[in-house]
Design a binder for this molecule. Structure first.
Ligand SMILES: NC(=O)c1ccc[n+]([C@@H]2O[C@H](COP(=O)([O-])OP(=O)(O)OC[C@H]3O[C@@H](n4cnc5c(N)ncnc54)[C@H](O)[C@@H]3O)[C@@H](O)[C@H]2O)c1
Length: 344
């Protein structure tokens, strides 16, 4: 293909390596530059690991790309069309701002930013920019969650009565995850997936009630939240629990249970038949899902949007920013042991 999109990836940790692997399978793009402040990650003598199978598969060995020790230098390269930001969350705002100032398309890992104030600034910059900006909220593209959103939107099994999400893992370790000032603890880093998915499906809750405790990041590393919607219109009962305080060896798991008037959907990552539908009077049914992880569908969508000349989906981007506001309300709820209204 003559004019491939030229991508530069900043940060070659577990997520940067995952993105690198996915780009290598998309024929319309070419990764022409990579940046990491750790030399051994650039030359391939050390490599990050993922916490689910299929993550962090990309490697730099044999990759013909310009290598930078500082992501800011990569952004200065005029040949790069797309900057993919996979550094720690506390650095997202700085790199998004720099990349947009140089007219690059931007994919930024989740959560959109470390704080809601920074997330709002990203929204403003994206609105002023003519390039495509996307927040990598991968769960929105994960086949079992795509199925669930469609079931809710279409009323395929009747009205949704309750939703419960769970995401639990042993502590990931490493400098970034060990400092809640950088990563925001499991509350922001891990649980943000479920809070964002609730926001994506049902819109902003009126309030949240959360409880949690601190863990190895020094911040909230185990959290349980009830998302409060207006009960007068009989909205579903919604809750989620996230943790990275499981003992070593537990690994990673994610699951959901969605109860509808005429069916119950149950997903568990570790099962052979991961998504099941239960309906009274029928045998349990296994749902065939599209093969693949959310990351690849997310990046495919990002590339397709740029190649089609579409402008940023500002509604989805704004939603990712408001998700950070919900997370901050969850933190306040834990600290005050009270119901906290969501004020945007
Ligand atoms: N979508 C998901 O499921 C998912 C999973 C894991 C992590 N993440 C997100 O991805 C981001 C990165 O997480 P990770 O696990 O890959 O972290 P990581 O610490 O493993 O990797 C970050 C990398 O960025 C590099 N870096 C830091 N400052 C830099 C700079 N100025 N220039 C160039 N490189 C620099 C570090 O050396 C490190 O290699 C976080 O925001 C995290 O929340 C998302």
């Amino acid at each position: 293909m003559a004019n491939k999109l030229k991508v530069g990836i900043i940060g070659l940790g577990s997520m940067g390596s995952t993105h690198l692997d996915i780009y290598s399978k998309i024929k319309e793009v070419e990764v022409i530059a990579i940046a990491d402040s750790i030399q051994s990650r650039l030359d391939g003598s050390s490599k990050a690991e993922g916490n689910i199978s299929g993550q962090a598969e990309g490697g730099v060995t044999g990759l013909s790309a310009i290598k930078y020790l500082d992501g800011m230098e990569l952004i200065e390269n005029p040949d790069i069309d797309v900057v993919d930001i996979c550094v720690g969350t506390d650095l997202h705002f700085t790199f998004v701002e720099a990349a947009l100032s140089k007219g690059k398309h931007v994919l930024v890992e989740k959560p959109l930013a470390r704080t809601y104030d920074e997330a709002k600034q990203i929204i403003q910059l994206a609105e002023q920019s003519s390039t495509y900006v996307m927040s990598a909220m991968c769960l929105r593209y994960w086949p079992a969650w795509v199925f669930l959103k469609e079931a809710i939107d279409s009323n395929a099994y009747g009205k949704c009565l309750s939703l419960n999400f769970k995401r639990q893992t042993s502590f990931p370790g490493g400098a970034f995850y060990s400092d809640h000032n950088q990563c925001g603890g499991a509350l922001l880093d891990l649980h943000v997936h479920d809070t964002d998915f609730v926001n994506y499906c049902l819109g902003l809750p009126e309030a949240v009630f959360s409880q949690g405790y601190k863990g190895p990041s020094g911040g909230i590393d185990h959290i349980a939240t009830h998302y409060i919607y207006n009960q007068s219109d009989l909205s579903p009962l919604v809750s989620s629990e996230g943790s990275w305080t499981m003992q070593e060896g537990y690994g990673f798991n994610m699951s959901y249970t969605a109860n509808f008037e005429n069916g119950t959907l149950s997903y568990l990552l570790e099962q052979d038949e991961t998504l099941k539908l239960f309906r009274s009077g029928s045998e349990p049914e296994s749902i065939n899902l599209k093969e693949g992880m959310g990351y690849e569908f997310e990046i495919r969508t990002f590339v397709d949007e740029i190649l089609s000349g579409n402008s940023t989906n500002h509604d989805l981007l704004r939603q990712a920013s408001e998700t950070v506001a919900i997370i901050e309300a969850e933190k306040t709820s834990i600290e005050t042991c009270s119901l906290v209204s969501i004020k945007i």
